[in-house]
Design a protein around this ligand. Structure first.
Ligand SMILES: [Fe+2]
Ligand SMILES: [Fe+2]
Length: 345
């Protein structure tokens, strides 16, 4: 009975609180309870809804890191657009890299709905205050790396991001639906390129194997530290920002990807990898977390290069931002004083 009364009260407060607001000051306990009950009932949190500060901060951090990863992720592959071996491959790669830029833009916009300032977020990236996915600090050494990135890096990204299409914050969840559709194309074009290389000449197959050797472990690191070491996991699960743990997602990725490597006739560079009949999953070897933290801290093979490239792009784009601002101001003025604007023109 008591529980039913609380439920009715929460329902009234959730749906009719706008009527009560001028007359009733809600305690933060009430607001938190309404917020959590919405999450428990799978109701999306929208930008104008009340939310705890920590939820807002966690989302701004996560969404902006995600946005930074998309735009830094354009760099290792963008590097190969001029060197793609055919027009078809060039078109595919160009489309993929453009998609990643678009993902960055959706995500910066989603972060703005939480009150974040885009320019501040970009400054955090350029000054090294904000992180991005450590995988993009590895170099692309041969053409098969483009296949390996699509297959493994975008493949790992999809494993993580499909879960995010159901995340509790509405604008983030909706952005992820479109992003996942495009990521699926990225993964397929990567695997198709790996097939062309693996079933090609012995030299091409050797390039494919070399790419797999270098990208396999960094791809497993993309899921982040083990659950026992992950600092943000519990709260993120309670708020349904995350719905699966790092280790669960990593295991899903290994289970799906190993048979794909077998089909290509390539060897996954892990001597401890074997099917565990009892668990119904692959067992795999230890991840080198020293390497992971070293790259996260800025000492990976390409960290400096990546930030330099982003800084140059930001500086080169200054005139576009200024022109867009001047155009927006002019438009605004015309709206306010149509006659004066006509005379001035
Ligand atoms: Fe992306
Ligand atoms: Fe992608």
């Amino acid at each position: 009975m008591f529980a039913t009364l609380i439920k009715i009260r929460l329902h009234l407060q959730r749906n009719f609180c706008f009527l009560l607001q001028p007359y009733q000051i809600m305690t933060s306990v009430n607001l938190e309870a309404i917020f959590q009950s919405k999450i428990d009932d799978e109701v999306k949190i929208e930008p104008k809804d009340w939310m705890p500060d920590a939820y807002r901060k966690t989302l701004i951090r996560q969404i902006s890191q995600h946005a930074h990863s998309e735009i830094v992720g354009m760099l290792p592959e963008g590097n190969w657009i001029t060197r793609a071996p055919s027009l078809r491959r060039k078109l595919i790669l160009l489309a993929k890299v453009q998609d990643e830029a678009g993902h960055g833009l959706y995500l910066y916009s989603a972060a703005e709905t939480l009150g974040a300032d885009r320019d501040e977020l970009v400054q955090q990236l350029l000054t090294g205050k904000a992180k991005y996915s450590s995988i993009f600090n590895y170099p692309t050494l041969n053409w098969a790396d483009i296949g390996a990135i699509g297959w493994l890096v975008d493949g790992a990204a999809i494993t993580n991001q499909v879960m995010l299409t159901r995340t509790s914050y509405g604008p983030y969840a909706r952005a992820m639906v479109r992003i996942c559709k495009e990521e699926s194309f990225h993964q397929r074009q990567g695997y198709e390129l790996m097939m062309a290389m693996s079933f090609g000449s012995p030299e091409q197959k050797a390039m494919a194997q070399d790419a797999l050797n270098r990208w396999w472990w960094p791809a497993l690191m993309m899921f982040g530290p083990h659950d026992s070491e992950s600092t943000h996991s519990d709260q993120a699960s309670k708020w349904k920002i995350k719905r699966k743990s790092n280790d669960e997602l990593r295991q899903n990725f290994v289970d799906v990807t190993v048979p794909q490597a077998e089909y290509l006739g390539l060897t996954v560079p892990d001597p401890d990898l074997r099917w565990n009949e009892e668990r119904g999953h692959y067992d795999f070897g230890k991840i080198n977390w020293d390497e992971f933290w070293n790259v996260v801290k800025g000492n990976g093979p390409c960290n400096r290069q990546r930030i330099q490239a982003r800084t140059k792009a930001y500086e080169d784009g200054a005139w576009v931002r200024e022109a867009a601002m001047a155009h927006a101001e002019k438009k605004e003025q015309r709206k306010l004083q149509p006659e004066a604007a006509v005379k001035a023109a």
